[in-house]
Design a binder for this molecule. Structure first.
Ligand code: SF4
Ligand code: FES
Length: 253
């Protein structure tokens, strides 16, 4: 199989632009990252600069591989990370690779973006402060099976940033909602529920755009986080505002 790749090259002092590479003898089962590996071997052998891209697990777990493939975050297959997009899934002979595109995710080099804005939202949420004493019995906090399943569905977010890049507003609402919906369901994290909701939403509003319910985010999310996460942001925000008001009026009574 022969394919032409158009790849975004950008580094300090080099203005971003596409460069074209043609590769032959490719296997249809190769992923986009396998193709980049092959290309980098050729480039290094020729004494040229390798293409910078991120990857870790290569099996849809870590979220490091986020990039734009043929104009779509992660690539043509919906809800599939870039590391799992295979050559056999592409109709086009030309494959265009560029970084995730969003003002909140600035390009560091070639296909690598700075995802620290997502980290800042998580950091704003803080940690859960509980005096756990000695190791608790696993049965101390009973959580129903349905709740566990729902919690794990929202906890599946891998922080890839594709939802932000897919959103015309650059909103991180799916990401924020996944965190809030996940932690709102587990009793161990209830202590800080109000503070966490306010802090996460405030930080996200500083760094990302607003949500207009386009739904593009859920189409590309490799963890299949549902749009219910977006509703969870509004629910947690409203709940937190009410809880704060009740606390203030109790304090002034
Ligand atoms: S919500 Fe989905 S698309 Fe967004 S960061 Fe998490 S895993 Fe990636
Ligand atoms: S490399 Fe880990 S999700 Fe793609």
């Amino acid at each position: 199989m022969k394919r032409t790749l158009e790849i975004w090259r950008e580094s300090e002092g080099v203005r971003g632009h596409f460069e074209r590479y043609t590769l032959e003898n490719l296997n249809p089962a190769m992923s986009i990252l396998d193709v980049l590996d092959r290309l980098n071997e050729d480039l290094i052998r020729a004494g040229s600069e390798a293409i910078a891209f991120e990857s870790d697990c290569r099996e849809g777990i870590c979220g490091a591989c986020g990039m734009t493939v043929n104009g779509r975050p992660h690539g043509p297959q919906s809800n599939t990370p870039a590391c799992q997009q295979r050559l056999r899934d592409f109709d086009n002979r030309i494959i265009r690779l560029e970084p995730l595109r969003s003002a909140a995710l600035p390009v560091l080099r070639d296909l690598v973006v700075d995802r620290r804005a997502l980290d800042r939202v998580i950091i704003a949420g803080g940690y859960v402060g509980i005096n756990v004493g000695t190791a608790p019995d696993a049965d101390t906090e009973r959580v129903g099976h349905d709740v566990v399943e729902e919690t794990l569905d929202f906890a599946a977010c891998i922080g890839c940033g594709a939802c932000v890049a897919a959103c015309p507003n650059g909103s991180a609402q799916l990401f924020v909602g996944a965190k809030l919906a996940h932690l709102a369901r587990v009793p161990q994290a209830h202590n800080d529920r109000t503070r966490r909701a306010i802090a996460l939403v405030e930080e996200a509003e500083l760094l990302f755009g607003p949500c207009s319910n386009y739904g593009e985010c859920a189409q590309v999310c490799p963890a299949r986080i549902p749009l219910a996460a977006v509703a969870a942001v509004n629910k947690e925000r409203l709940r937190a505002a009410c809880a704060r008001r009740v606390r203030r009026s109790a304090g002034s009574a």
